[in-house]
Design a protein around this ligand. Structure first.
Ligand code: SF4
Ligand code: SF4
Ligand code: SF4
Length: 364
């Protein structure tokens, strides 16, 4: 089991697409340590925490406390905890990166590439790109495979490829992206067409570099390709079991976007998970989405993300039309990339996905 610890609802940025309700609420030491104890009560071998916010680096002391406490405790079991953190990067420094590497915290950077100054300003309205340059150098020095997470606002749909390529050229080999999926954003068919075109460009860009010394792994494409080749869902959700979220006050929710919705609370870190509530929420999430029955893309699509559906439509089973259209565009582009790589029998692609070269067998 993994817990997402929402260390603070506070943030030093004011990104235009942020869906968090910022406040000064932060997790205290007692709550953080109770979360550790609860996680240990589920065994130790495959457990971990994701540190989340707001901006988790504003609660750096709690990250230090949790990772130190868990290191001592898990040493007694002979196991090792794993941690992830997504940060806006502005508070990253050398001492934190040393701690991150010493304690196995994988750090991902939210950064919008060439769109950073426009979309991700600080709370005083100032651009953040220039101030983040040293943080990028540090992150890549300590974790060369760190993931950069890019979000694209509606008006910038036609700039997605440029923003992702900026991140690659800046040194990130692993890039992921999302679009601004707040319910108030009126995505149009034209925007989705622009996105589809951008994904197409990115697919060709990734394919062209796939066998180079430093390929661009655009993780959205790779998950769609493996879901097809392995014939398994691209994300395994198991709502409420896989990655419960712990709010700053210690209440537990099934996943990020259910936070502070009392009807979805399923216990707290002091008294433990309310198993009946957890099961009820999980079972409710298992019903198939109304709009997806019979769709050929079902396994490769994020339609079952209860978080996204619920935040957009108010119903965890009702897929918003923009998600459907966006997933189709993404899967088409991923297929285009796979096609290009298969046609030229890209050695890295064939190896990575365990594909046999039929033409060689035919000749033999
Ligand atoms: S850094 Fe994250 S939490 Fe802070 S405003 Fe931006 S999206 Fe929201
Ligand atoms: S959201 Fe759309 S593309 Fe995805 S499975 Fe449902 S119908 Fe298919
Ligand atoms: S609800 Fe969405 S974000 Fe949460 S675990 Fe399921 S797929 Fe992942």
């Amino acid at each position: 089991m993994n817990f997402t610890l929402h260390l603070t609802a506070n943030c030093n940025f004011a990104c235009e697409y942020c869906y968090e309700k910022h406040s000064l609420k932060s997790m205290d030491e007692r709550t953080a340590l109770a979360a550790c104890e609860l996680l240990f009560s589920y065994g130790h071998l495959k457990n971990g925490f994701s540190f989340f916010g707001g901006e988790p680096m504003l609660s750096r002391g709690i990250i230090d406390l949790v990772t130190e406490y868990c290191a001592e405790k898990s040493a007694a079991f002979g196991g090792e905890m794993r941690y992830r953190m997504t940060t806006n990067g502005i508070l990253l420094d050398e001492s934190f990166m040393k701690l991150a590497n010493g304690r196995r915290i994988e750090v991902a950077l939210s950064h919008d590439g060439s769109l950073q100054d426009e979309q991700r300003r600080d709370r005083a309205g100032r651009g953040t790109a220039e101030r983040l340059e040293p943080a990028i150098d540090l992150l890549l020095k300590y974790q060369p495979n760190a993931i950069a997470m890019l979000t694209v606002a509606q008006r910038n749909a036609g700039k997605l490829a440029e923003a992702a390529i900026w991140l690659y050229e800046r040194g990130f080999s692993n890039v992921n992206s999302a679009i601004d999926m707040r319910p108030s954003v009126p995505w149009t068919d034209a925007d989705i067409e622009a996105l589809a075109e951008q994904y197409g460009k990115l697919a060709e860009y990734c394919a062209a570099r796939y066998d180079s010394e430093r390929p661009l792994h655009y993780l959205n494409f790779e998950s769609k390709i493996s879901a097809y080749l392995d014939d398994r869902p691209c994300i395994e959700c198991r709502l409420g079991y896989k990655q419960p979220s712990v709010a700053p006050d210690g209440l537990i929710y099934p996943c990020n976007q259910f936070l502070n919705k009392p009807e979805y609370a399923m216990g707290n870190v002091f008294d433990g998970i309310d198993k009946a509530a957890q099961r009820r929420i999980y079972e409710a999430s298992c019903a198939p989405e109304y709009t997806c029955r019979g769709c050929a893309l079902e396994k490769r699509c994020r339609h079952h993300c209860a978080c996204l559906n619920h935040s957009m439509t108010g119903d965890m089973h009702e897929v918003p039309p923009v998600l459907c259209a966006h997933e189709q565009a993404l899967i088409r582009a991923a297929d285009r990339m796979a096609e290009l790589l298969y046609e030229r029998k890209s050695p890295r692609f064939m190896r990575a996905y365990g594909i046999k070269d039929d033409s060689k067998e035919a000749k033999a």
